[in-house]
Design a protein. Structure first.
Lengths: 325, 255
């Protein structure tokens, strides 16, 4: 099956001004998305995800490279390309002067749908997104979650082949986020091709069939989430919460079966305890040896956990850092 | 074309909902000027009789210029704000140029409505004042109103897409203010022969052509600039600003 979306050697450099230097936002990104696929671009803020999406949607002019949607070159035939895509942007750009219902019907009118078709689709999507009661109000009076659903309803009005979502769950509360996940899963089950950028691991892991991990404008790794996790050294993660008078990481790294040691910053540090993450190939006696190493350095061990690697671990391994939030 | 008409439909729907404040905003000035210069001052014998006739087309052109600029500038400010509402238009199946021209046409309609409302309002206010010779020739007036509307809206797009929204107040003081004073609104361009060749510097001001157009259409007894110059100037400026405006709009919206 041929790709519904193909991005080839995409480069985007934002020209600098007298005061600001030029920014190489995307430095040669290539990927293909199959029809009906749920594809994710995962990376920190400033990685080049939104710029890549912008190039696909014609709102950003690429410096080099080619994007085709359903075989149509986005740069050469933007109007044709735009008929096939729909965008749920990161900033909620709902038309503040229209009502919720009009947001949908006018959007459909821009795409040339006939009146009867516009009205019946608006009715159906309002019901599907549980917005029927709000049809007469202005969109800016809606909560963030409802606005997000309206954005999706708007995007679906012209029956696109590809739906592009830029950080769709940012700023949503957990309940609204879950509801949105369900909606996206349902659309995917219905056969729609979805492309989503996110910096939430859980979201990417749960929804996306394939993921491109992107940083500094380049794709670092592209695979199914499970395959990405499997590719980590060792295949297991041993977290140790330790306190020690002398540096303990080099001792642990020297142990057989330990492939790499990283210091995890952030949660759960108290009383001088730090969290060390060991990428391990679990062998008999590894835990004993780790314990001995800690004791040998005169340290205390507070807590131990042996887990399957998560996408976050994959990310840290690839970029050497935690996601910048 | 479908997308173009649908966008225009949306803009007119929104404008018609805000018709009262929009018209108040553009009509207040001409009405007050007419009240003072066309009604009070003549009764005090402080202005020449001819002035009342001369200022009517001038005030029409000022009203249209303000309405055209505002009709583009205000929606554009929202469009280009942090929430980027303009992106929805840009994602419609229409070229960026099409989106820009739609904005000009919507602004032009706004300007035309304002101009055509200002005229009867002014005549009503001066209906008991003697010596006012305003005789609109509708067949000439209507196409000229449309053309001048396009010019003013295109000018609005040009400045609106180049100036940061927070400076739009400054825009009215620094650009539109002087334009109005030197826009032959309160005196006919032909009369400027008294200042010698400097008369031709006035032709750099697009408002001059709008005032002279209205002069030709509503006060046939007052002399106006030669027709070829008037047409070339009005059409030329309208085309120039549409081109410049569309270009800076594209620069501003497509990264």
């Amino acid at each position: 099956m041929s790709a519904i979306l193909a991005v080839e050697d995409l480069v985007k450099t934002y020209r600098g001004t007298r005061k600001t230097p030029a920014v190489e936002a995307v430095r040669g990104v290539s990927f293909e998305v199959a029809p009906g696929e749920f594809f994710g671009l995962l990376g920190p803020n400033g990685a080049g995800k939104s710029t890549t999406l912008g190039c696909i949607t014609t709102l950003v002019r690429p410096t080099a490279g080619r994007v085709t949607v359903d075989g149509i070159d986005v740069m050469r035939r933007p109007t044709e390309a735009k008929r096939r895509i729909a965008v749920v942007p990161q900033t909620r750009n709902l038309d503040r002067d229209l009502t919720v219902r009009e947001v949908l019907t006018f959007h459909a009118a821009y795409f040339g749908l006939r009146k009867a078709e516009r009205e019946s689709r608006a009715d159906r999507l309002l019901a599907e997104m549980q917005l029927t009661e709000k049809a007469g109000v202005k969109p800016l009076t809606l909560s963030g979650g409802l606005q997000q659903r309206l954005l999706i309803a708007r995007a679906l009005m012209h029956d696109p082949k590809v739906l592009l979502l830029d950080e769709p769950t940012i700023g949503l509360d957990p309940q609204a986020r879950r509801l949105l996940w369900e909606t996206l899963s349902r659309l995917h089950d219905g056969g729609l091709t979805l492309i989503m950028t996110t910096h939430y691991m859980e979201e990417a892991d749960r929804l996306c069939q394939r993921l491109a991990i992107i940083d500094h404008g380049r794709i670092l790794q592209l695979d199914r989430p499970a395959a990405l996790k499997k590719a980590l050294p060792g295949g297991r993660i041993l977290d140790l919460w330790v306190r020690s008078p002398e540096p303990i990481a080099p001792r642990l790294e020297a142990l057989p079966g330990v492939l790499r040691v990283e210091k995890v910053t952030g949660t759960g540090q108290e009383d001088g305890f730090e969290r060390l993450r060991l990428f391990v190939d679990p062998k008999d006696g590894l835990l004993d040896r780790a314990l001995q190493a800690v004791q040998g350095a005169g340290g205390d061990l507070q807590h131990v956990s042996l887990t399957q690697p998560s996408l976050e671990d994959v990310y840290i391994h690839l970029t050497g850092k935690e996601l910048r939030e | 074309m479908t997308a173009f008409l649908a966008l225009l439909h949306r803009d007119l729907r929104v404008a018609s909902r805000n018709a009262l404040p929009l018209l108040m905003g553009t009509l207040t000035q001409p009405i007050l000027v007419v009240l003072v210069f066309g009604n009070i001052l003549p009764r005090l014998h402080l202005v020449a009789d001819e002035f009342r006739t001369v200022m009517v087309p001038g005030l029409m052109s000022i009203t249209m210029m303000m309405a055209g600029v505002q009709g583009v500038l205000m929606p554009l400010t929202i469009d280009l704000s942090g929430s980027r509402e303009v992106d929805e238009r840009l994602l419609a199946p229409i070229s960026v140029l099409g989106v820009a021209i739609e904005k000009v046409v919507a602004g032009a309609i706004h300007a035309a409505v304002a101009g055509l409302t200002a005229l009867p309002a002014m005549m009503l206010l001066m209906h008991r004042v003697t010596g006012v010779e305003v005789h609109p020739r509708w067949a000439v007036l209507l196409p000229l109103v449309a053309l001048c509307g396009l010019l003013s809206a295109a000018f609005g797009l040009t400045i609106g897409s180049q100036v940061q929204p927070r400076f739009s107040g400054l825009l009215f003081a620094v650009i539109l203010g002087p334009m109005m004073l030197f826009g032959c609104a309160y005196y006919p361009w032909t009369g400027l022969a008294v200042i010698g060749p400097l008369q031709y510097i006035f032709l750099l001001n697009p408002l001059v052509f709008m005032s002279e157009s209205m002069r030709m259409a509503v006060t046939p007894d007052v002399s106006h600039m030669p027709l070829p110059l008037l047409i070339v100037g009005t059409v030329g400026f309208a085309a120039l600003f549409t081109l410049l405006g569309a270009r800076s709009f594209e620069k501003r919206t497509i990264l």
